[in-house]
Ligand binder design. Structure first.
Ligand SMILES: Cc1cc2nc3c(=O)[nH]c(=O)nc-3n(C[C@H](O)[C@H](O)[C@@H](O)COP(=O)(O)O)c2cc1C
Length: 442
C-alpha cells in the first residue's frame, strides 16, 4: 500500500451562467453563456490553472423545462469537451451521456475519440435518463422503466468495454518495409448478441490512451448503487447532510467489495454548492441575492417534473401533499425524489421553502459561509468518511469558481489535502486509478 497521503479530488462541475437557477439574471452574468464557447474556454482554463481533476458536464437529450424562466438548451457535451481539450492540456474532461438513448458502438467510438484527441483525459458519467420527455425524442411512447434502464446500462457497459478492448495496444504494426499495417490476430470481433444489443465489432477506433475513458456514474437508487459497484470508478452523488453522505459512502464501498472490486478503486464525489463571503453575513447576503432572483413558477415546475405530477398539486405555503409521500418508487429519478422527501420531512419545509432550497443545486448540499468554514466542511466530509472529493458547483460562473480557487483552495493546500500542480497527464492519473487490463490480452 502506498504511504502517500490521501488527497481530495475536485471536479469543476460547469453549468452555463452557474448552478443556481437564477444565475443568468445576476448583473455580472452572461445570460447567453450556454452557447458562448469563449465562456466555456474561460471556465476550463480557470479550473485547469487551479489543477482541478476534471471539468464535469451534466446533460440530457431534451429541453430543460420550457425555456420560459431559464436557459433550456445545452451544447452537446462530447462536442464541447473536444473543443475544450484543445484549449487545455491537463485537466480531465467528464461528459454525462445517457446509456438509454445511445447505442454502444457509436458512444464507445465517440468517447474513445475524445480520449485520443485529449491525450487520455476523457471520462463518461453514465446516466440512465430519468425524464419522460427524453423518450419522446427517440421514437418511444413511454420512458423505459427504472429496472429496465439499468439492465440495458449493464449490457451497454459490457459491450462498450469489449469494444474499447477490441484493439490490443500492440495491434498496430505500421511496418512500411513489409507493408503490414495491423496484426489481425490482435483485433477482436465481439459477436455480441444480448437482450438489448447485437454488436459485431471490433471498434473502428484504436484502443484509447487510458484503456478506456474513466467510468463515472450518477444515479443513487438501489439499482444505481448496484450498477455503480459493478462498473463505476467514480460516483457523482447528491446528499443534503453529512450523515446521509456518510451512510451512502459506507454502503457503496461495501457493495463494491461485495462485487469483488477494490473499494479504493471507486472515488465518491458528492456535489457541493458553496456561497462564499469574507464574513458569514456577506455569504448570507450573497445567497439571498440569488434567492430573490428566483421565479417560483420555475421551481414549482421542476419539483412537479421530479415527482412526475402537475405543478397544480402543490400549494406554496403547505407541506408536500400526502399522496407524494405515500407513493411507491417512481420510474424516473428515485434517489432525487427520495432526497427531496427526506429533506422536506426532516426540516418540516413548505413547498415554497423546498423550491428555495433546490434553487441552487437541485438537491445538492448547499453551504453558506466563509472560506474557512467551506474548507472545514469539505475536510470534515473527506476525513469523516463521507467523500473522496467533491464536484464543486459554483452558484454563479465564473465568479463562484474564481472565489473557491482564490479563497478556499489555499486553505486545503495549506493542509496538504489538494495538489499544488498536476503530477500526471491523464484523468486516471489525477484520480490515482490504473489503466484497466485488456480482456482479450493475457
Ligand atoms: C448526482 C446525480 C446527478 C445526475 N445527473 C444526471 C444528468 O446530468 N443527466 C441525466 O439524464 N440524469 C442524471 N441523473 C439521473 C440518473 O442518472 C438517472 O437518469 C436516474 O434514473 C437514475 O437515478 P436513480 O438511480 O437515483 O433513480 C443524475 C443522478 C444523480 C444522483
Amino acid at each position: 500500500m502506498s504511504a502517500r497521503r490521501r488527497r481530495l479530488h475536485l471536479n469543476a462541475f460547469l453549468m452555463e451562467a452557474g448552478h443556481h437557477e437564477a444565475a443568468w439574471r445576476l448583473p455580472h452574468s452572461n445570460p447567453r453563456a450556454d452557447f458562448d464557447l469563449r465562456h466555456w474556454i474561460e471556465l476550463a482554463q480557470l479550473a485547469e490553472s487551479a489543477a482541478f481533476d476534471s471539468l464535469f458536464l451534466a446533460d440530457g437529450p431534451a429541453l430543460i423545462g420550457t425555456g420560459e424562466f431559464r436557459p433550456p438548451g445545452q451544447l452537446e457535451p462530447l462536442t464541447l469537451l473536444t473543443a475544450l481539450s484543445q484549449a487545455t492540456s491537463r485537466i480531465g474532461l467528464i461528459a454525462t451521456v445517457s446509456s438509454t438513448y445511445n447505442e454502444p458502438y457509436n458512444l464507445a467510438r465517440r468517447l474513445a475519440s475524445v480520449d485520443h484527441v485529449s491525450g487520455g483525459r476523457a471520462g463518461w458519467n453514465i446516466v440512465t435518463s430519468a425524464g419522460a420527455d427524453e423518450a419522446a425524442n427517440f421514437g418511444l411512447d413511454d420512458r423505459p422503466g427504472h429496472a429496465e434502464r439499468y439492465a440495458r446500462a449493464d449490457e451497454f457497459l459490457k459491450v462498450a468495454k469489449a469494444l474499447w478492448d477490441s484493439w490490443e495496444s500492440e495491434a498496430v504494426v505500421a511496418d512500411k518495409a513489409t507493408g503490414r499495417y495491423a496484426d489481425p490476430a490482435r483485433l477482436h470481433p465481439l459477436g455480441h448478441r444480448g437482450d438489448h444489443f447485437k454488436v459485431a465489432g471490433p471498434l473502428n477506433v484504436e484502443r484509447p490512451p487510458q484503456g478506456y475513458p474513466l467510468l463515472v456514474q450518477a444515479g443513487s437508487s438501489e439499482d444505481g448503487k448496484d450498477f455503480a459497484a459493478r462498473h463505476a470508478e467514480a460516483i457523482f452523488t447528491a446528499h443534503t447532510t453529512y450523515e446521509r453522505a456518510a451512510a451512502f459512502y459506507a454502503d457503496i464501498k461495501a457493495r463494491t467489495r461485495a462485487a469483488g472490486r477494490d473499494p479504493d478503486g471507486v472515488v465518491v464525489l458528492p456535489g457541493i454548492v458553496p456561497y462564499i463571503g469574507s464574513t458569514e453575513e456577506e455569504a448570507r447576503a450573497l445567497a439571498r441575492q440569488f434567492d430573490e432572483l428566483r421565479v417560483p413558477e420555475y421551481g414549482l415546475r421542476q419539483l412537479a417534473a421530479v415527482f412526475e405530477t402537475e405543478p397544480s398539486v402543490f400549494e406554496l405555503d403547505a407541506a408536500l401533499p400526502e399522496f407524494i409521500l405515500a407513493r411507491p418508487k417512481l420510474e424516473g429519478s428515485q434517489s432525487r425524489s427520495d432526497l427531496i422527501i427526506e429533506l422536506a420531512v426532516r426540516e418540516r419545509l413548505t413547498v415554497r421553502q423546498i423550491i428555495s432550497r433546490l434553487g441552487g443545486g437541485r438537491g445538492h448540499f448547499e453551504f453558506v459561509g466563509t472560506p474557512e468554514q467551506v474548507a472545514d466542511t469539505i475536510i470534515a466530509w473527506f476525513e469523516g468518511g463521507a467523500a473522496d472529493g467533491f464536484n464543486i458547483m459554483a452558484p454563479a460562473l465564473p465568479s463562484g469558481l474564481a472565489a473557491f480557487i482564490e479563497h478556499v483552495l489555499p486553505i486545503l493546500r495549506g493542509k496538504g489535502l489538494f495538489r499544488e500542480e498536476y503530477e500526471g497527464t491523464t484523468l486516471r492519473e489525477h484520480y490515482g486509478l490504473p489503466v484497466p487490463a485488456n480482456q482479450f490480452h493475457d
